[in-house]
Design a protein around this ligand. Structure first.
Ligand SMILES: [Ca+2]
Ligand SMILES: [Ca+2]
Ligand SMILES: [Ca+2]
Ligand SMILES: [Ca+2]
Length: 469
């Protein structure tokens, strides 16, 4: 129902009335100057006096749309009154029948382009061209229809919310716009609803605020969610127009996972020759969280382990690097047991109910025996022999022994590239050195020979010693 009427601001001049016919509008142009007031008093029930017409936008009918009627009380219906329309759209959009005062809109109007037109009305005596009423301004308002769907001007959106957030934690607010008239009807009354993303998220129908709808949403189980929000006008009712937008929500990490060693027991072999201060092995606890929430500090919590070994954390790999504190000796102690603890360094007290954010593992270290080379009893030997002693005379002996616990038998050799092999030979098992021929002191007073020892069956392990004869 579109009612329109024309109001005279000064009721003495134009005394309009409201034509209550549905779908039409009219204005009465009030009569005499003197009784204008009286006329107003005669129509107290009207309450309002109008100076507006309305015309429906987007009118598609074949006929021009009736807007309203100008009427002067001087008009006796004999055609002696001429009505004149001027102002915005007069003669082009709005046509007046100058005899009847009927106004029609000849074109389809778009409220979203122009909301109203300001026009002027005049009533003249057709014969004298005398103004029967003073020129008066009125407005034709374009009446809204719901011809614009809500739109999200921005988007798609990207948002984050911490995992494990409480239900109702606000994530993001989305706002749709509707070009229709917000002051009339429901054409621009938007209601938000969620098309995709339940049961994890919800949207406030009025504000468009997206909130978490499930507790204990775990990033480690699922990180990404796609939420589709719909905005529908006509207050969300059937027949309303709608638009939608997508929000990609990512859960951000919180420290809700303790470190965990994949095994409870590990074994490590460390040769007794391992250098003090140098890494001998590593161990790693896993943590499903990210960044600082996965930072781990390792420590050796038993004294047997902590006396001999230390552990440090590699910041990049998050491994515990085990180093030797004191020299190992296979012959003295062959195994060590280390209790190793990995603790998160950034603990969130909110999740203390999940337990302590640490784990322990046992590391059993086996010390390896190293096959050390035979060692001579002295670094060098000085032996005497008389000159001209017959070949085969014993000069002396050297001794070497295997330091390893197996204490393998030792065999002795001479360096065949040296001159000494012409004059001396060594018994390979006893280490006794004998001459091979009589020696001449005047010829050569000193013989410098090198003897070597090796463990039986282990070729590479030589150790040499010099003998001066
Ligand atoms: Ca509209
Ligand atoms: Ca709308
Ligand atoms: Ca963690
Ligand atoms: Ca986490």
């Amino acid at each position: 129902m579109h009612l329109a009427a024309f109001f005279l601001r000064n009721p003495r001049l134009w005394a309009p009335f409201l034509d209550s016919c549905p779908g039409s509008a009219a204005v009465a142009v009030g009569g005499g100057l003197a009784n204008g007031e009286t006329e107003v008093h005669h129509r107290p029930k009207r309450g309002w006096i109008w100076n507006q017409f309305f015309v429906l936008e987007e009118h598609m009918g074949p006929d021009a749309q009736y807007v309203g009627k100008l009427h002067s009380n001087s008009d006796k219906g004999d055609g002696s009154v001429r009505y004149i329309l001027s102002g915005e759209g007069a003669g082009t959009i709005f046509i007046i029948d100058e005899v009847t005062g009927d106004i029609h809109a000849t074109k389809s109007l778009d409220r979203e382009r122009k909301t109203h037109y300001v026009l002027h009305a005049q009533a003249l005596d057709r014969n004298t061209e005398e103004a029967l009423e003073p020129k008066s301004e009125f407005i034709i308002k374009v009446q809204d229809i719901n011809d614009n769907a809500p739109k999200f001007p921005d988007g798609p959106f990207v948002a984050t919310v911490p995992e494990m957030s409480e239900v109702g934690t606000s994530v993001l607010q989305v706002t749709a716009t509707d070009a229709d008239d917000p002051t009339y009807g429901n054409s621009a009354r938007i209601v938000y609803s969620i098309l995709q993303g339940q049961p994890y998220f919800s949207v406030d129908p009025k504000t468009g605020i997206i909130r978490t709808a499930l507790s204990n949403m775990d990033r480690e189980a699922r990180e990404h969610y796609t939420v589709v929000i719909q905005a529908k006008d006509m207050a969300g009712q059937v027949g309303g127009l709608s638009g939608s937008t997508t929000i990609n929500i990512t859960l951000t990490d919180v420290n809700d996972n303790p470190p965990k060693f994949p095994q409870s027991t590990y074994r490590l072999y460390v040769p007794e020759s391992a250098q003090v201060g140098k890494p001998v092995g590593k161990i790693k606890a896993n943590d499903e969280d990210l960044g600082v929430n996965a930072d781990i500090k390792y420590s050796i919590i038993n004294s047997e382990g902590a006396n001999m070994f230390s552990i440090s954390t590699d910041r990049d790999t998050r491994e515990g690097i085990i180093s030797l504190k004191k020299p190992l000796n296979y012959e003295r102690k062959k195994t060590y047991t280390l209790h190793i603890e990995g603790v998160n360094t950034h603990v969130d007290p909110r999740f203390s109910y999940l337990g302590s954010f640490k784990d322990t593992a046992t590391l059993k270290i086996t010390v390896g025996d190293v096959d050390e080379a035979p060692v001579f009893s002295m670094d060098y030997y000085i032996l005497d022999v008389y000159e001209n002693s017959p070949g085969g005379t014993e000069v002396g002996s050297v001794t070497a022994r295997d330091p390893d616990s197996r204490n393998s038998p030792v065999r002795y050799f001479m360096d065949s590239k040296e001159d000494g092999v012409r004059y001396f030979k060594i018994d390979d098992s006893s280490g006794v050195i004998r001459t091979t021929q009589p020696l001449d002191r005047e010829d050569m007073p000193w013989h410098n020979i090198t003897v070597m020892a090796s463990e039986v069956g282990r070729y590479p392990w030589f150790y040499s010693s010099s003998c001066y004869v």
